[in-house]
Design a protein around this ligand. Structure first.
Ligand code: G3D
Length: 173
């Protein structure tokens, strides 16, 4: 276990269905920096340094069905939600939509910015950003800043940009 940065870096919670690519993404972002890995409890926390002056504490709270009821324990003091979807799997979008709706209904996330990562953009069948936006019904969340960014955790594309945007949204809100 490393140093606890949670008091100084805004807390960002990473959520999404199983296989969306959260672990790959976190490993890619935080290479060599993952502070805690506790498979039995099912979450990883790491500090992501964006530049000299800004860092984020990123919590990956696991996506397995059995873990989902636990997500709610990690929402305290969350400054931004990063919701990861597998953009190559259109069939999963209704379930992702349902889950997102449920999570965003938590009062602790009221007004908290939302970044949707349309992951796996390297795959030919990847949905467009607009399609992901529509499938997740993002028009209905006009009470918060929200954005969709395409990325590939596998190739490391779009991640840094996405988290810089998350940081900007946190500062604006
Ligand atoms: P999770 O933590 O959200 O459950 P994982 O998801 O990070 O375990 O990823 C699930 C699978 O998707 C893994 O493949 C992983 O390699 C793959 N994956 C993650 N991100 C990308 C991406 O950007 N592009 C592509 N093409 N694949 C990705 P396996 O085969 O190990 O199950």
């Amino acid at each position: 276990m490393g140093q606890d940065h949670s008091s100084t870096c805004p807390k960002v919670v990473l959520l999404g269905l199983d296989s969306a690519g959260k672990s790959t993404l976190l490993a890619r972002l935080l290479t060599g920096q993952v502070m805690k890995t506790t498979p039995t409890i099912g979450f990883n926390v790491g500090t992501l340094d964006l530049d000299k002056n800004s860092s984020l504490t990123v919590w990956d709270v696991g996506g397995q069905k059995s873990m989902r009821p636990n997500w709610t324990h990690y929402l305290d003091d969350c400054k931004a939600l990063v919701f990861v979807v597998d953009s190559s799997d259109a069939a999963q979008m209704p379930e992702a939509h349902k889950l997102l709706k449920k999570v965003l209904s938590d009062e602790r996330l009221q007004g908290v910015p939302l970044m949707v990562l349309a992951n796996k953009k390297d795959l030919p069948q990847a949905m467009t950003i607009q399609a992901v936006w529509n499938q997740l019904g993002l028009d209905s969340y006009s009470d918060r800043l929200r954005e969709v960014q395409a990325c590939s955790a596998l190739q490391g594309l779009g991640l840094q940009q996405a988290f810089l945007s998350v940081n900007k949204m946190i500062r604006k809100s």
